[in-house]
Design a protein around this ligand. Structure first.
Ligand SMILES: [Cu+2]
Length: 262
C-alpha cells in the first residue's frame, strides 16, 4: 500500500520534494482526494457508456415515463457523500485545526517578517538579540523596504534585512509574518507545503518546520504584474550552527553599514 501511495505521489502526481513536518498530511490528503476523484471518473464514465448502449434508439423508440425503480443510485450517491464527509471531517478539518489552532511560540521559532513588492521578496530578522526592531514606513527605501528604525531603536541595531535569499535553521519552527508593499502577492514554498497571500495593510502569519537541509524555491503564487515571473527567491535550510554564524555575520555587516550612513 505504501508503495502504491509513493507511486501516486511521486510518479503520477509528481509532487515537489517534501521538506516540512506537516507536509506529509497535506500530501496524503491530496492522494486521497485524487483517488476518490479517479474512482468517480471511472464510475461515471462507465455508467455514461452503459447508458448510451442500454438506452439506444433502436432498442427504445419510446420514452419511459416511469423511470428507474431500484435504489442502487441512491445508495451510490450516499456512499460518495460518506467518503467525502470522511475526507473533510477525518482529514482536512483536523489538519487545518492543528496548523491554525496550535502555532508554535515565537520564542521557540525563527521569526521573519516577509514583505512582497513588485518584484521581489524581502525578509526582516530580529538579529542575534532576538528583538525585532521597530519599522517605520517613512524610512522605507530600496534596500530596506521595511524601514527598520536603526537610528532610534536600540533593538533594531543588529536587525538583518535580506532580499530573495532567506536562511533558516533545520528542525525548528519558522514563523513568517507576511505582508505586501504594493499589490497582492502570495508567498509560496512548495517543498514546505505553504502558500499565503501577501496583502497590503495586513500582516498574516503562517508557519512550518523544515525537516531537510537544502535549497528550496520560493515563488509568488499570485499574478501581480509584468514582473511576476521574476519573483523567485530561495529558502536555504541549514544547521543551527551555520544559521547562528550567518546571522551574526549579517548583523555585524548591517550594524556597520547603518553606522556609516549616519
Ligand atoms: Cu508577486
Amino acid at each position: 500500500m505504501s508503495d502504491l501511495i509513493y507511486w501516486f505521489k511521486h510518479k503520477l502526481l509528481n509532487l515537489p520534494v517534501l521538506a516540512s513536518e506537516h507536509g506529509k498530511s497535506v500530501d496524503d490528503l491530496i492522494v486521497y482526494v485524487h483517488a476518490l476523484m479517479a474512482v468517480l471518473f471511472v464510475g461515471w464514465f462507465a455508467y455514461f457508456l452503459y447508458a448510451l448502449f442500454r438506452f439506444r434508439k433502436s432498442k427504445h423508440p419510446n420514452a419511459d415515463y416511469i423511470g428507474v425503480k431500484s435504489h442502487v443510485s441512491n445508495y451510490l450517491e450516499g456512499g460518495v457523500a460518506l467518503v467525502e464527509a470522511i475526507l473533510l471531517i477525518g482529514f482536512a478539518v483536523p489538519l487545518w485545526a492543528k496548523v491554525a489552532a496550535y502555532p508554535p511560540a515565537e520564542k521557540d521559532s525563527t521569526s521573519i517578517y516577509v514583505l512582497g513588492r513588485q518584484f521581489n521578496w524581502n525578509g526582516h530578522y530580529a538579529g542575534p538579540d532576538g528583538k525585532m526592531g521597530k519599522q517605520d514606513s517613512a524610512l522605507s527605501s530600496a534596500i530596506d523596504p521595511f524601514g527598520v528604525d536603526r537610528k532610534n531603536d536600540p533593538d533594531a541595531k543588529d536587525d538583518v534585512i535580506v532580499q530573495d535569499n532567506f536562511i533558516v535553521p533545520v528542525n525548528k519552527p519558522v514563523i513568517l509574518h507576511i505582508s505586501s508593499l504594493d499589490v497582492i502577492h502570495s508567498f509560496a514554498i512548495r517543498s514546505m507545503r505553504i502558500c499565503q497571500d501577501a496583502t497590503p495593510g495586513f500582516s498574516v502569519a503562517t508557519w512550518f518546520t523544515p525537516t531537510k537541509a537544502g535549497k528550496y524555491k520560493i515563488a509568488c503564487a499570485q499574478l501581480c504584474g509584468m514582473g511576476h515571473y521574476t519573483m523567485r527567491a530561495v529558502l536555504e535550510v541549514v544547521s543551527q550552527q551555520e544559521y547562528d554564524k550567518w546571522l551574526a555575520d549579517a548583523a555585524r555587516k548591517a550594524t556597520a553599514a547603518s553606522v556609516s550612513y549616519e
